[in-house]
Structure formats: structure tokens, C-alpha cells
Design a binder for this molecule. Structure first.
Ligand code: SAM
Length: 282
């Protein structure tokens, strides 16, 4: 057994994988953290401590988990890869961590978390499902008050983008409906085994007290249908990108210019347009 209490070095990661006959899976986005300083930095940025309830998504071999344990918080992890369960039984379960074998895209958050809230989600997320995992937590786990998550830099750019920029899109609007997202750090490929090709970034997502658009005026599903329709033709003016979705009157009534492009509208403006569609087809 390798002691991970002080963190995992690249050689430890390689040895642990070999000892358990595990080969990093690309499909599961397995780039394991092999730098204790980075693990401690993430735990510090998560700002958790005794009394906090943390859910770590994708603990892998437990590199970040041990840093979170050191904070004194109560930790539950959700790991999809059953081959890693034996590793986690050695590395983090003896430290009091609850390890759940499950899929973060399917798990029933209310059952898992037991309605005790509030919780903090932390994770070095699998790169190909980072966005759906974050959106699902925001949509379906209201007791999660904030997230501190690592992902590919390019994906992080989309979460935190400002209107009028290339990275701003429907995902940005969806996140902003629920939360404020900020990029709080960058992480080089050199701290992972195997090394990813691109830089990673850390994003802090803090849930708002109430959604940015009042759900009494328009539901999230309708809002996002309008937003996605707009961004599907992001180079076109709204009057043609949203033809058949938003009528001409809506622009006058809401004060949103029909000559604007999707990428210039903030979440409140999307909310106004989407709420207008409720009048014409509730
Ligand atoms: N936290 C570890 C670290 O930092 O070294 C591993 C991070 S690795 C980038 C992503 C982890 O998420 C892997 O352990 C992978 O098996 C797991 N994973 C992938 N898809 C998942 C899903 N849908 N639900 C839960 N875990 C998942």
C-alpha cells in the first residue's frame, strides 16, 4: 500500500495503476493529478474546512481527496470506474471518506446527499463530460451552494465568458442563470499522469440566492430553448436567428434590439425575450 496522506508523485501514480492492473481510460477522461502542491492548492481554493460537506466527483486514485480530507471537511466521492474502487478502498476509505460507485450524470443527488445541505462540489472533472456534470448539479442539486472544479481551459473559458466574446454561448447563459462563475487559476499539463495536451483551469461557481431570471415569468427549459435557437445561428441578427421563435413585437416590448446578435445578450435580456414567448405560446 502506498501512503497518499502527503500526496501522490508521478511515480506513485504509475505504481498504483500497475499494482491494480488499471490503465488510464481516455473515454473516462482519466488524467490523474500527480502533484501534491496542486492538490493542496485546489483544496485551499475550495475554501472548505471542518463542518463543511464536500462531494468530490471523480476521485480517481484519491490525490485530491486526501488534500480535501486534510481540510477537516466531511467527504463523499462519486466514482464511475469500478476498477478504481479497490484503489480508493486503500487510499481514502481508511481516512473516513465515503466512496460511492456511481455516474455523476445519473446519480440522484437528493438520495446521495440526504437533504442535509448545503454542500460544496469539488472535482478534477473528466474532460468530455465536465459541462453536463456542472449543469446537472446546478439544475438538479439545489443544496449544492458552490462548486470548485477543474477542466480544460477552453471549456472553462466558456463558463466564465462575458457577452460579446467568442467563448460566450448557451452554456455560459445556462450557468449564469444559476450562478456566478469565475476562473480562479490555471494548471499546466505537467501535473497529470498521463499528460493532457492542453492547459487546465480552475473555476469557482457560486450559486445565486435566486435564479437570474424569475422562473415565474419563464421556465428554464423554455429559456434555454430560445437561447439555443439564438446561438445556433450566432452570426445572424436576432430577427432572423429567432424567426419563428420570437415575434417582431417582442423586440419593441423588451427593448432588446432585433439587429443584435445572440452573443451580445446577457442572461436578463434572454430572460425578457423568452418570457415574451410565453404570451404568444404559453
Ligand atoms: N480526481 C482524480 C485526480 O485529480 O487525480 C481523478 C481525476 S480524472 C480527470 C476524472 C475522474 O472522473 C476519473 O477518476 C474518472 O474515472 C472519473 N469519471 C469519469 N466519468 C465519470 C462520471 N460520469 N461520474 C463519476 N466519475 C467519473
Amino acid at each position: 500500500m502506498i501512503a497518499v496522506v502527503s500526496g501522490l508523485a508521478p511515480t506513485d501514480v504509475t505504481r498504483m495503476l500497475a499494482a491494480h492492473g488499471v490503465r488510464p481510460s481516455r473515454a473516462l477522461g482519466q488524467n490523474f493529478l500527480s502533484d501534491a502542491n496542486t492538490a493542496r492548492r485546489i483544496a485551499r481554493l475550495a475554501g472548505v474546512g471542518p463542518g463543511d460537506r464536500v462531494v468530490e466527483i471523480g476521485p480517481g486514485l484519491g490525490a485530491l481527496t486526501v488534500a480535501l480530507v486534510a481540510s477537516g471537511a466531511e467527504i463523499t466521492t462519486v466514482e464511475l470506474d469500478r476498477h478504481l474502487l479497490a484503489v480508493l478502498a486503500e487510499t481514502v476509505e481508511p481516512l473516513g471518506v465515503r466512496v460511492v460507485h456511481g455516474d455523476a450524470l445519473r446519480v440522484r443527488w437528493a438520495d446521495l446527499l440526504g437533504g442535509r445541505g448545503p454542500e460544496v462540489v469539488v472535482g478534477n472533472l473528466p474532460y468530455n463530460v465536465a459541462v453536463p456534470i456542472i449543469l446537472r448539479v446546478l439544475d438538479e442539486a439545489p443544496s449544492v451552494a458552490r462548486l470548485l472544479v477543474m477542466m480544460q481551459r477552453e471549456v472553462a473559458d466558456r463558463l466564465v465568458a462575458s457577452p460579446g466574446t467568442k467563448s460566450y454561448g448557451s452554456v455560459t447563459v445556462h450557468v449564469r442563470y444559476w450562478a456566478e462563475a469565475t476562473m480562479v487559476g490555471r494548471v499546466p499539463p505537467s501535473v497529470f499522469v498521463p499528460r493532457p495536451k492542453v492547459e487546465s483551469a480552475l473555476v469557482s461557481v457560486v450559486r445565486r440566492a435566486a435564479p437570474a431570471v424569475d422562473p415565474a415569468t419563464v421556465a428554464l427549459t423554455r429559456l434555454m430553448a430560445v437561447v439555443r435557437a439564438g446561438f445556433a445561428q450566432r452570426r445572424k441578427m436576432l430577427r432572423s436567428a429567432l424567426a419563428g421563435v420570437v415575434d417582431e413585437q417582442a423586440y419593441q416590448a423588451t427593448g432588446v434590439s432585433s439587429a443584435a446578435r445572440a452573443e451580445t445578450l446577457d442572461v436578463a435580456e434572454w430572460g425578457k425575450l423568452a418570457a415574451w414567448t410565453m404570451r404568444t405560446s404559453p
